[in-house]
Design a binder for this molecule. Structure first.
Ligand code: PGA
Length: 251
């Protein structure tokens, strides 16, 4: 069964006390919201993960924003999937466009990171999405397909069960320029078809595909009403508990 998910990507924001405070506020809002249609995830920085985990209850899961491509050893500044697993962190984001563009995370590296995460029992929120020039030249379907083929298609159908895909058009991230629900649905349906061609329709139907890119409390309901949009990966609007909870309850 396909799950709905709303995940907050805090990026490099919040001091440790501020992060704990925000996690407490999100947790309290989720607790009082009653029955939810979606799972809720928050992804603070590595530094915050264990402290934030302590202040959220069962209805809020915690995710890393990245993990190392290697298992262990002389990789200064890196955090391994095994370390995350040992700290009780159930998810990691992999392949965010900021990692791809600022830190040189290629498809090949992302495939290795995904392998590490799955080998250590983590679930992966795997991000894909085209840049503005690629959309303007009509290449967005090819870009997204390539990112899937080169980053994920080494996985077995069983491994795919632990993957959530986030479609985040780079031109919409942090820009206030959201993809229209029609534009997003078109790409989400294409992603599901690409998954179905590789893994079969039943497996593809079970994959949660999130939309990310200036998704906020005002546009979430419209986006989430689309048949292939199963929730959101939220940046800016996840940093304010009131806004984030409105997105969580937007289904
Ligand atoms: P945004 O970020 O909601 O601030 O556009 C989304 C993301 O990068 O995950």
């Amino acid at each position: 069964m396909r799950k709905y998910i709303v995940a907050g990507n805090w990026k490099m924001n919040k001091s440790l006390p501020e992060g704990i405070q925000l996690a407490k506020e999100v947790n309290a809002a989720v607790e009082t919201a009653g029955a939810l249609k979606c799972d809720v995830i928050i992804a603070p920085s590595f530094l915050h993960l264990t402290e934030v985990s302590k202040v959220v209850g069962k209805k809020v899961s915690v995710s890393a924003q990245n993990c190392a491509a290697e298992a262990s050893g002389a990789f200064t500044g890196e955090v391994s999937a095994a370390m995350l697993q040992s700290a009780g962190i159930p998810y990691t984001i992999i392949g965010h466009s900021e990692r791809r563009s600022y830190y040189g995370d290629t498809d090949a590296i992302l495939a290795k990171k995904t392998g590490q995460a799955l080998a250590n029992g983590l679930k992966v929120i795997f991000c894909i999405g085209e840049e503005l020039s690629q959309r303007d030249s009509g290449k967005h379907f090819d870009v997204v397909k390539g990112q899937l083929e080169n980053g994920l298609f080494q996985l077995s159908v069983n491994e795919l069960k632990n993957i959530v895909i986030a479609y985040e058009p780079v031109w919409a991230i942090g820009t206030g320029r959201t993809a229209s629900s029609g534009q997003a649905q078109e790409v989400h349906a294409f992603i599901r078809k690409t998954l179905a061609d590789k893994y079969g329709q039943a497996a593809a139907d079970d994959v949660t595909i999130l939309y990310g890119g200036s998704c906020n409390e005002n546009n979430a309901t419209e986006l989430f009403s689309q048949p292939d949009i199963d929730g959101g990966l939220i940046g800016g609007a996840s940093l304010v508990a009131d806004k984030f909870i409105k997105i969580v309850t937007a289904f």
